[in-house]
Write a protein that binds this ligand. Structure first.
Ligand code: PLP
Length: 383
């Protein structure tokens, strides 16, 4: 179907910066610089500078960043790793594919890991914790780092949804052994295909990630050090991401402005929870604008009919998928989130008029619901 307001619009985004992207493309293609060349190195340096770490290593996806981080952290069979129950499956898959066991912790009302419930899951097998900075909001890193210190755990940050966000003035992705990034097209910094990276201050993590992404091979000597993977960030994608990284501070401002416009336009609807959980320690970047209502499924259909494209992250918690063998667990907050959340369009391509159209469409849904309810109660009174 053709939407009036797209969830994201990569074509429109390309047209906004077309001259720069086309120039980057020509530079790479004319020289044939496709694998591990200057553009990748430059992007890694600038990404590290943006996040505030010494190093970054470009990889093929956010998943690869997490998986390689688990290997760097030394996770092996028998080890447990704390992860949130409400996240993208890749967070837990990285643990499983490294041989470890994910131990799930429910999230709090702000959709991030409930730090008051982590300690009860820690035992002698616990080796690491992966806080996820979901929807562009930092997890409580003060608490996570304190617990990690107390119990000698490695922290690997899943920052795939939060490039540019900060906790107490420090950017996420710079707290743990590694910060893991995704450049999937829908992300704040989205490439034209898959992409990812780790950021770190640890030279050994850089050494391992650089070898592991290239089948374990030291390119200088040809010596193999690991059974590794083919998962480096392509030079062409790095060149595109480098262009987009220059626009990122302005784009983050725009996201915040859109979030503020949604907040002003959608406040005061009783059955609707907006994603504003004021905390002066958090600088958010609004990767997703997630609203919450018990009438979510009807709202989804209403918005679709009105031509507003929305997404639901996620209709069924990952641990509830039978084939993964993690079912049988119950997490109250994650369970109700999966029934109640819906993400509104949030992208820097949107005009204010489009944001207003989304607001009107949401409001018209709740107006209609309100009059239905009134109608029902007057019928009840008559009968
Ligand atoms: C929280 C989270 N973790 C991990 C990933 C995995 O990233 P990718 O899709 O680049 O593998 C994503 C992105 O989809 C994500 O949102």
């Amino acid at each position: 179907m053709s939407y009036k307001v797209r969830f994201v619009d990569p074509g429109k985004n390309y047209r906004m910066i077309q001259a720069e992207i086309d120039a980057a493309y020509r530079e790479v293609m004319e020289k044939g610089d496709l694998i591990l060349r200057g553009q990748l190195k430059r992007f890694e340096e600038n990404l590290a500078a943006f996040v505030g770490t010494k190093f970054a290593v470009g990889l093929n996806s956010g998943y690869d960043a997490l998986h390689i981080s688990m290997i760097i952290a030394g996770i092996k069979p028998g080890d447990e790793v704390i992860v949130p129950a409400h996240t993208f499956l890749a967070t837990a898959s990285a643990v499983v594919n490294a041989g470890g066991t994910p131990v799930l912790v429910d999230v709090a009302k702000d959709y991030n890991i409930d730090v008051s419930r982590i300690e009860e899951k820690i035992n002698t097998r616990t080796k690491a914790i992966i806080p996820v900075h979901l929807n562009g909001r930092p997890a409580n890193m003060e608490k996570v780092m304190a617990l990690a210190k107390k119990h000698k755990l490695v922290v690997v940050e899943d920052a795939c949804q939060s490039l540019g966000a900060a906790f107490q003035g420090k950017k996420v992705g710079s707290f743990g052994l590694t910060g893991c990034w995704s450049f999937y097209p829908f992300k704040i910094l989205g490439g034209y295909g898959d992409g990812g990276a780790i950021t770190t201050n640890d030279q050994e993590a850089v050494r391992m990630a650089t070898l592991l992404r290239y089948n374990g091979e030291d390119r200088e000597t040809g010596e193999y050090y690991y059974h590794g993977f083919t998962c480096l960030l392509d030079n062409l994608q790095a060149a595109f991401l480098e262009v987009k990284l220059r626009h990122l501070p302005r784009w983050i401002d725009r996201r915040r402005a859109i979030a503020a416009r949604y907040q002003a336009g959608l406040s005061g609807i009783p059955a609707l929870i907006l994603p504003h959980f004021p905390d002066p320690r958090m600088e958010e970047v609004f990767q997703n604008y997630v609203i919450r209502t018990p009438r979510r499924d009807a709202l989804f259909e209403h918005l679709k009919a009105a031509g507003v494209e929305t997404l639901i992250h996620w209709r069924k918690p990952y641990y509830a998928h039978q084939a993964l063998g993690m079912d049988g667990q119950r997490f109250a907050e994650t369970g109700s989130i999966s029934r109640e959340v819906i993400s509104l369009p949030m992208n820097v391509e949107m005009s204010d008029e489009e944001v207003d159209y989304v607001i009107q469409s949401v409001r018209s849904f709740f107006r209609a619901q309100g009059s239905k309810l009134k109608g029902q109660s007057s019928k009840l009174m008559i009968s």
